[in-house]
Design a protein around this ligand. Structure first.
Ligand code: URA
Length: 200
């Protein structure tokens, strides 16, 4: 049993889990980060958005998805009547900023995995959005890229046997660079909206 597994298992609420992650020293990314960025939004919401990891702005303020990409994410969620203040929970598959915003490495993701699983178990979402290829691949244990994974529903399985529907979407930072892919993003959001209705 790893330190992270022990710490995650001992947390019996999302706030306790946040404190456990903030106190965790086992991720190499921590030493180069200003803050630990755990979650934002509505605890117990039926929708959980899981991104890749904090960027510069998030690292400075200690909150996920508050930079340019985060502002676009908020707009995308608003289009399906979702907001972090009312009905959506937001977190990432890593809690520390990778230097220069490089992708987190597998080893860094593996270290955080017990916390991510515990977050999902304690948060009890009915549906998970994986925002971008990194969280989609990490959560599903697949090597396919986001263009293959998006457009359809997958299932996230925790070690304790919980399974939750998961829909991968294009990352808002990607959409800022490629606005021509907006129609794909829109289709993904409509799928999310439809599934949330069915799961309610
Ligand atoms: N991008 C992410 O994937 N997560 C954040 O929290 C911010 C930007």
């Amino acid at each position: 049993v790893t330190e992270a597994e022990k710490a995650a298992a001992a947390a019996d609420s999302l706030d306790a889990l946040k404190a456990a992650i903030e106190g965790f020293e086992g991720c190499p990314l921590k030493s180069s980060s200003e803050n630990t960025v755990v979650f934002d939004g509505t605890q117990g919401a039926d929708l959980m958005v899981i991104g890749e990891g904090p960027g510069a702005e998030e690292d400075r303020k200690g909150l996920p998805f508050i930079g340019k990409a985060g502002q676009l994410l908020d707009k995308m969620l608003a289009a399906i009547n979702r907001s972090r203040t009312e009905n959506t929970f937001i977190t990432n598959v890593t809690y520390w900023r990778p230097p220069g915003n490089r992708n987190p490495e597998d080893e860094e993701l593996d270290v955080c995995r017990p916390f991510v699983e515990r977050m999902i178990v304690l948060g009890k979402p009915k549906l998970i959005i994986a925002a971008g290829g990194v969280p989609a691949k990490a959560l599903l244990g697949k090597s396919d890229g986001i263009m293959r994974l998006r457009g359809t529903e997958h299932v996230f399985q925790t070690q304790d046997g919980t399974s939750i529907p998961l829909i991968p979407i294009l990352h808002p930072a990607y959409l800022l660079r490629r606005p021509q892919d907006k129609s794909r993003a829109w289709r993904d959001l409509l799928l999310v909206e439809q599934r949330l209705k069915e799961l309610a």
